[in-house]
Ligand binder design. Structure first.
Ligand code: SAJ
Length: 446
């Protein structure tokens, strides 16, 4: 590509002008990090409120993200980070990173509306010599089937001839955005080897992790496969938990023993799999195989197992209430933990949302406690008053300090379902409760 030497030189001295499209969990920290390294960065987002808040130097990311607020206020104050809704400001950029959402719909098909819109708007502004990098997690084949054709058709320019096009999937995790971005390894998938090398020279400014060059399809597969891998591992643990309940064993003891065997790392069974990555990325991988005749069975079966867990918890609740001769329609149930992950306020795809809806469908009155989620930060002993059962859906650290004797006094029935093995069974039983823990059939201390 013409001007590639000029682009490399600009990157090496942090003189390249950057833009980041999509200022969410991925885009905003990336924009702030590059700005802090000395690059001139423009952040683009469709939400006026997000743009306005960032230009006041305030983070728009919920939850505790160590270092992010300081980085944003510093780089905005220095004039290195600016946000806008106006795509026309891309005209003078050298590098554009795209970090918009790529959700899947009810049929587990990727919804690329945000990505298509970003690519089309960017295509209008694309000029000779630019590097475009898609950071969003995408189905294998999306760079070739969507990103390349949209950018080329709208701009009239050609990949590798006029502009470079890469895919560098993000590996951020809520609560660890900056540390992950600056430490974790990443794969840089280039439209050709030169493009991959230029991407490597860019990303080495913000991360100490390995930067491995690859082609597009490999980069697309890395992210979707690594999360499908985790989903399958969790599904295995969940299926073994159900086996243990049926056979009268304790999956938590079993897991400890299994993991003593070399090269075993059985994951944690639980009340389900939430978040914005693990429930979605396996479906992106499956979608990428749609034009092949590969029988993709294990990945979709694992999704089904993990999606079944909130319903399994509902069944455990049903059994426990029935033994106390309480019908669902007369029951008041406390859900403890509404986020998808411990010590987080992120509720995206939380299994608690499914359980909440199922219990209400069955006529139960449901009350919710979560020390991190806005609207549910109640006093536990107040919200538990007159509940027939409490179910722990998230292993929040706060639940290690519960006064179970006090909780027992305020509840109508001494019933606890522990969907995460978060509680000390002994302590709970000594406080007069009956407890059912996921993966353990026999500790209802009947
Ligand atoms: N979960 C289990 N059992 C386990 C592990 C997790 O039931 O053994 C559940 C959690 O409760 C949660 C869901 O799965 O509901 C996802 O948990 P997670 O620990 O995978 O956290 P995420 O969703 O933030 O996943 C991210 C992913 N990172 C990216 O996609 C960039 C994932 O690849 C990481 O492995 C994970 O963080 C991590 O290890 O923290």
């Amino acid at each position: 590509m013409k001007n590639s030497e000029k682009l490399k030189r600009k990157i090496s001295i942090c003189d390249a002008k950057l833009a980041v499209i999509g200022l969410g969990y991925v885009g905003l920290p990336v924009a702030a990090l590059f700005a802090d390294k000395g690059f001139d960065v423009i952040g683009i987002d469709i939400k006026e409120a997000v743009v306005e808040k960032i230009n006041r130097g305030i983070t728009t990311i919920e939850g505790d993200e160590p270092g992010l607020q300081d980085l944003i206020s510093k780089t905005v104050k220095e004039g290195r980070l600016k946000a806008t809704t106006n795509y026309r400001q891309l005209k003078d950029r050298d590098i554009i990173l795209i970090a918009v959402e790529t959700p899947t719909n009810e049929e587990n098909i990727p919804e690329y509306a945000a990505l298509k819109s970003a690519l089309a708007s960017l295509g209008e502004m694309l000029v000779d010599g630019m590097l475009v990098v898609v950071e969003s997690t995408i189905a294998p084949g999306t760079m070739a089937d969507l990103a390349k054709p949209v950018l080329e058709d709208v701009s009239g320019l050609k990949v590798n001839q006029d502009f470079f096009l890469g895919h560098c999937p993000e590996r951020v995790m809520p609560g660890k955005l900056l540390s992950n971005l600056t430490n974790l390894s990443r794969v840089v998938g280039g439209s050709n080897k030169e493009c991959a090398q230029i991407m490597l020279s860019l990303y080495q400014h913000i991360t100490d992790g390995d930067l491995d060059t690859a082609d597009w399809i490999t980069a697309e597969l890395v992210k979707t496969v690594e999360n499908a891998y985790r989903d399958v591992q969790i599904a295995f643990a969940n299926e073994v938990a159900k086996i243990c309940e049926a056979l009268g064993a304790n999956v938590w003891e079993l897991r400890d023993l299994v993991n003593k065997s070399p090269n075993r790392q059985m994951h944690l069974p639980g009340a389900g799999v939430g978040g914005h990555c693990i429930p979605k990325d396996p479906w992106l991988l499956v979608f990428g195989t749609r034009d092949t005749n590969v029988p993709v069975k294990l990945i979709s079966a694992a999704r089904a197992v993990n999606d079944s867990m909130p319903y399994h918890i509902k069944d455990i609740i049903f059994q426990a209430l029935r033994e106390e001769k309480v019908d669902f329609k007369d029951a008041k149930v406390l859900i403890m933990g509404y986020s998808y992950l411990e010590n987080s306020d992120d509720v995206r795809n939380s299994p608690s949302i499914v359980l909440h809806s199922e219990l209400e469908k069955l006529g139960a009155e449901v009350v919710i406690h979560d020390p991190y989620v806005h609207g549910y930060k109640h006093n536990l002993y107040d919200i538990a008053s007159n509940c027939n059962l409490a179910v722990v859906m998230v292993a929040h650290q706060d639940y290690q300090n519960i006064d179970f004797k006090k909780l027992n006094q305020v509840m109508a029935c001494p019933l606890i379902v522990d969907g995460r093995n978060a509680l000390s069974t002994q302590k709970v039983i000594e406080s007069g409760f009956k407890i059912c823990t996921i993966g353990v059939a026999s500790n209802k201390n009947n």
